[in-house]
Design a protein around this ligand. Structure first.
Ligand code: HEM
Ligand SMILES: *[C@@H]1O[C@H](CO)[C@@H](O)[C@H](O)[C@H]1NC(C)=O
Ligand SMILES: *[C@@H]1O[C@H](CO)[C@@H](O)[C@H](O)[C@H]1NC(C)=O
Length: 319
């Protein structure tokens, strides 16, 4: 009797050891700072709220920061590190990602209430959630406990973040590379219900593509000159109808061939994701619920935990 008990015990022990070394993200949890920083959530939210009150677009910019952080070696705050060879200067980010001053403001506010406790990577995750909720989108519990990287990778940022010229096949494979399904990819692309893109990101689409609503093409051409180099930074809303409201209009736009980016319209262009786009366009609750699931999954991409990395004091540099 003792020997069979001990065998079961050994098997259980082995399981625990395997679990611990399997690299699963069991360490992230929604209550990670509940004792060490009980006022974390209201502190972040009030800073996010005032930044969005000043400029509605900031919600979009903060949401995008989370995506561009997580896709490059996981959600580890690497995008926030200053330096010419950092991720800020990578092709998908330069002259484009924004919101770093708001992250600094949040970090200062958080350091005031609980110094040295909360990672910059987690602050980005909470700010993205708050931004979506403040713009009228869903709310959810964010998993926390990520630690900050000491280094950034510009090469990885160049290769891991998909460009707007991507085909559907390329989009699916760049999300698959970080463990996200094509359904996650479509749901997360619904983030383009808010925010702006530069002319350089959509010029070829509005001048050269045939699967675009002619009236949208004409309207966008007006502030986006045909010739390269002129007006490259002129902005247009990704969702022309409700650019400061987090809703499912993005998917309705795709059905009407009103996707602004080539990559947007790829999601509804006769391929395997058409049915998902159709479903989200008809059912805002299905979109909300899949968006939340996918945001949580994206937030689980290879976090640093335990004694890995550090808790940065200043989000712009390693301690
Ligand atoms: C599916 C692949 C994706 C591609 C190819 C893509 C590409 C782009 C591009 C080119 C822009 C405009 C940048 C500029 O012109 O400066 C943009 C903006 C934006 N993207 Fe994406 N994106 C993708 C997925 C996502 C995801 C997964 C999220 C978040 C969950 C996201 C959130 C945003 C937001 C909110 C903006 C507007 C930012 C602002 O106004 O500051 N995107 N994206
Ligand atoms: C990343 O892309 C930018 C812009 O195309 C380029 O200047 C830079 O050299 C690239 N960096 C690396 C490390 O590949
Ligand atoms: C449109 O396509 C033509 C032919 O491929 C190309 O020469 C031109 O540069 C493109 N124009 C834009 C605005 O992308």
């Amino acid at each position: 009797m003792d020997s069979s008990f001990s065998k079961i015990y050994q098997a259980l022990l082995l399981l625990v050891v395997l679990w611990g070394t399997s690299g699963c993200n069991a360490q992230l949890s929604t209550d990670f700072y509940s004792k060490s920083c009980p006022n974390l959530f209201p502190t972040v939210k009030s800073t996010v709220h005032s930044a969005i009150t000043k400029e509605a677009r900031m919600a979009a910019s903060l949401l995008r920061l989370f995506f561009h952080d997580c896709f490059v070696n996981g959600c580890d705050g690497s995008l926030l590190l200053d330096g010419t060879s950092g991720e800020k200067n990578a092709a998908p980010n330069v002259n484009s990602v924004r919101g770093f001053e708001v992250i600094d403001d949040i970090k200062s506010a958080v350091e005031n209430v609980c110094p040295g406790v909360v990672s910059c990577a987690d602050i980005v995750a909470i700010a993205a959630r708050d931004s979506v909720h403040i713009m009228g989108g869903p709310n959810w519990e964010v998993k926390l406990g990520r630690r900050d990287a000491r280094t950034a990778s510009q090469a990885a940022a160049n290769s891991s973040i998909p460009p707007p010229t991507s085909s559907l096949k390329q989009l699916i494979s760049s999300f698959k590379a970080v463990g996200l399904s094509s359904k996650d990819m479509v749901a997360l692309s619904g983030a383009h219900t808010i925010g702006q893109a530069r002319c350089i990101s959509f010029r070829a689409r509005v001048y050269n593509e045939s699967n675009i609503d002619p009236s949208l093409a004409k309207t966008r051409q007006r502030h986006c000159p045909r010739s390269r180099g002129s007006g490259d930074d002129n902005l247009a809303p990704l969702d022309a109808h409700t650019p400061t409201h987090f809703d499912n209009k993005y998917f309705k736009n795709l059905i009407g061939q009103r996707g602004l980016l080539h990559s947007d319209q790829q999601l509804f262009s006769g391929g395997s994701t058409d049915s998902i786009v159709r479903a989200y366009s008809k059912n805002p609750r299905a979109f909300s619920s899949d968006f939340v699931d996918a945001m949580i999954k994206m937030g689980d991409i290879s976090p640093l935990t335990g004694s890995q990395g550090e808790i940065r004091k200043n989000c712009r540099r390693a301690n």
